[in-house]
Ligand binder design. Sequence first.
Ligand SMILES: [Zn+2]
Length: 245
Amino acid sequence: MSRKSRKPTFIDAHAHVDNVKTYLENIRRADIEVWINAIELSEINEIVSVSKSIPSKIFIGVHPSRADRYEPNEFLKRMGSVKKVDGLGEIGLDRRYGIPLDIQLKALRDQLAIAERYDLPVVLHTRGSVKEVLSEISSYSLKSVLFHWFSGSTSELNEVLSRGYYVSIGPSIIYSKSSRKVLEAYHRDRLLLETDSPVYYQPLKVEANPTLIVSVYYALSNLMKEDINVVVENIFKVARSFLKR
Ligand SMILES: [Zn+2]
């Protein structure tokens, strides 16, 4: 249950705290490391408390759907209260949330500046906004960048990979051909896997919890025609290189 470096294990590179606490025993038994991403600052105490009982990494941030609640001083204060922050997330842009774009941009830029200043990796939400986010992040010197649940085009994917950024994909590779374009990132040591728990996956008729990550690993192992142990080891190395440790 330590957060120290450990042997290769399944990694759920993107989940939210909501249902993680209900599955702690299952997560431990399945040997899964969970990267818990914040949606808003009020979750941070709970994230810290949950992270103590499972292998985990802590990402703090204000999600684009809550950008109107972003407050820079509050952010730094909360960040200072966490013993070890592994990165900033989940931050980004998304027009579908109805929060004015200028408000989303302000929160994003501010958080990118914090990531730069503290030399922390960032996890980005880029639904329908890959190009804009790519242009936003160009002005910052960032330690490492993950495009979570990548859903952009093939040319956007090529741009993301050629700039050395990482992408993650989740259970959609089980049922969606178009989301499998990100498998290219696996060949380039830039792919991570996630569940985005507690998202409900209609085609699978299941509300995700981090133990669903095991099925995502097996799906990738089948698609790549590679032994599951090799896949686990490869993704583990990619994860450590993203975290830069
Ligand atoms: Zn998320």
